[in-house]
Design a protein around this ligand. Structure first.
Ligand SMILES: Cc1cc2nc3c(=O)[nH]c(=O)nc-3n(C[C@H](O)[C@H](O)[C@H](O)COP(=O)(O)O)c2cc1C
Length: 402
C-alpha cells in the first residue's frame, strides 16, 4: 500500500489488513480491515494516530512518501486502543521531538501503553485547537465513543473530521474511499458497518447520540475514520450518520418483554420454565413472555434478547455442582455496561447439592443485576404442587415489575 491523497494537504498513511478474520479475539471480520492513519500538512505537520505494531514498517514507508519523519511536529491520538496506539513508542524512538496530543484520559493511558511514565503528552480540551499554519486542528471531546479517552479532530479548512472509531467499519477498501465501493458490494459494506456499530458502539448508545449532536452544526466534506473507507458527503456519510442515530434511539415499547432462558437435560427445568411463564402471564397479561431452550437457539440472538429485555429469568439444572455451559454462554453475552439494576430471577431442578442458581446469582449480582431474592428450585421431577408453586413464583416476580 502507498500513501493516498484525500484532499489538499491531507493524506491517508494507514495500512490494510485484508486477511484479518477475527479482530480483538471476538469480532468476526469477514472483509478484513484497515488500520487508518492520516497526515495533515500545513506549515507544520501532524500525524493522526499510529497503527497496529505488526504493520509499523508499512506505516513508516507510507509516511515517508509524503514527508520526511523529522518534519512531523505532532502526533494526534484521538483514542488509544492498541490498534491505533501500538506504534507510538516505536515512532517516538525515530522522532524524539514529536509532540503527542491526547485528551486527559488518553494522556494517562498512553503512559501505560508506552510504559513510559515520563512521556510528555499535550492534553487538549473540548474546543481547543492547534494552528498548523494554513490548517487548524480543532478538538472535540467524544467520551465513550468508544473509550473514555475518545475525541474527534476537525480540520475546518477541509471540512474534514477525524473521528477515530466512530462511524468506522471493518471493511478493507484499498482506495480508502466509500465512493469506490461498487453497488454490488454495498450490502457487504452495510453488514460490516452494522457489525462494527453493534460490537463497538452498541453499549454506548446515549454517547452516540451526544456525539452526533456535536457534529450537527459542522460542515463535513468527509469523515476519516480509523477503520474502513473514508466516508464522504457524496458517498455514504449522510446514510451512516442517520443509521447511527436510528440504531441508538430506543424504540418506545408498549409491552414489557420478559424472556425465560433455560436448559434442561430431562425436561424438569423446562417444566418449571413453562409454569413460571404462565404465572408471569397471569399477572402481566400484556407482557411478551416466551421460553427459550438455549440448546436450540442462536446464542448471539439470545444474548440480544436478554439485553433488550425489561426483565429476564434464567433456569439451569445442576450438573456436576454448577449451572450448565450453554447458560454460562448466555451470560457471557450480557451487555455488562447497561445491565445494572435489570430485574431477573433464577430457577432450576437439581438432585442433591443444587449449586446452579447460587453460582448464577453470584455472576449476575457481580454485574449489579437486580436478582429476585428467592430462587425457585425443586429436587428432580417437579410434582403438581411444585408446578403450582412455580406458577405462583412467576406471578410474585411479575408483581414486582408491574
Ligand atoms: C451428569 C449429571 C451430573 C449431575 N450433577 C449434579 C450435581 O452435582 N448436583 C445436583 O444437585 N444434581 C446433579 N445432577 C442431577 C440433576 O440436577 C437432576 O437430574 C435434575 O433434575 C436435572 O434437571 P433437568 O431435567 O432440567 O436437566 C446431575 C445430573 C447429571 C445427569
Amino acid at each position: 500500500m502507498a500513501a493516498i491523497k484525500l484532499a489538499e494537504g491531507i493524506y491517508s498513511v494507514g495500512v490494510f489488513n485484508p486477511n484479518l478474520r477475527l479482530f480483538d479475539i471476538v469480532m468476526p471480520t469477514e472483509y478484513g480491515t484497515s488500520y487508518n492513519a492520516y497526515l495533515v500538512k500545513g506549515e507544520k505537520t501532524a500525524l493522526i494516530e499510529t497503527v497496529h505494531l505488526d504493520f509499523f514498517d508499512q506505516y513508516l514507508a507510507n509516511i515517508k512518501e509524503v514527508t520526511p519523519l523529522e518534519e512531523i511536529d505532532y502526533l494526534i491520538m484521538n483514542h488509544n486502543e492498541p490498534d491505533h496506539s501500538g506504534s507510538v513508542a516505536k515512532l517516538m524512538e525515530l522522532i524524539p521531538n514529536l509532540k503527542v496530543v491526547a485528551s486527559q484520559a488518553g494522556s494517562l493511558y498512553l503512559k501505560n501503553i508506552t510504559n513510559n511514565k515520563s512521556l510528555a503528552v499535550t492534553v487538549v480540551k473540548d474546543g481547543e485547537s492547534i494552528d498548523l499554519g494554513g490548517k487548524t486542528l480543532s478538538f472535540i471531546n467524544a467520551p465513550f465513543l468508544h473509550w473514555p479517552d475518545s475525541m474527534f479532530t476537525y480540520v475546518p479548512e477541509n471540512e474534514a473530521l477525524f473521528s477515530c472509531d466512530f462511524l468506522g467499519s471493518h471493511y478493507c477498501e484499498t482506495t480508502m474511499l466509500d465512493t469506490s465501493i461498487l453497488p454490488r458490494y454495498k450490502a457487504a459494506y452495510d453488514s460490516a458497518m452494522l457489525g462494527y456499530y453493534t460490537a463497538i458502539f452498541g453499549p454506548f448508545k446515549p454517547y452516540v447520540l451526544k456525539g452526533l449532536e456535536k457534529l450537527k452544526d459542522l460542515s463535513l466534506a468527509f469523515v476519516a475514520t480509523s477503520h474502513g473507507p473514508v466516508l464522504t458527503k457524496e458517498g455514504f456519510l449522510p446514510e451512516v450518520m442517520e443509521k447511527y442515530r436510528v440504531w441508538s434511539t430506543s424504540a418506545v415499547r408498549e409491552t414489557k418483554q420478559i424472556p425465560l432462558f433455560y436448559c434442561s437435560a430431562y425436561g424438569n427445568t423446562a417444566q418449571l420454565a413453562e409454569a413460571i411463564a404462565s404465572g408471569i402471564r397471569e399477572t402481566l397479561p400484556d407482557a411478551e413472555v416466551a421460553c427459550y431452550d438455549l440448546t436450540e437457539q442462536n446464542m448471539g440472538e439470545m444474548g440480544a434478547l436478554l439485553n433488550a429485555s425489561d426483565a429476564f429469568l434464567v433456569g439451569s439444572p445442576t450438573l456436576n455442582r454448577d449451572a450448565v455451559p450453554p447458560v454460562w454462554m448466555l451470560l457471557a453475552h450480557i451487555d455488562a455496561i447497561n445491565i445494572a439494576k435489570r430485574p431477573a430471577a433464577l430457577f432450576g431442578s437439581y438432585g442433591w447439592s443444587g449449586e446452579a442458581c447460587k453460582n448464577l446469582r453470584a455472576r449476575l449480582e457481580g454485574l449489579k443485576v437486580n436478582v429476585y431474592a428467592e430462587d425457585f428450585r425443586v429436587t428432580f421431577v417437579p410434582s403438581e404442587e411444585e408446578l403450582a408453586n412455580a406458577k405462583a413464583f412467576g406471578a410474585a416476580f411479575a408483581a414486582t415489575l408491574a
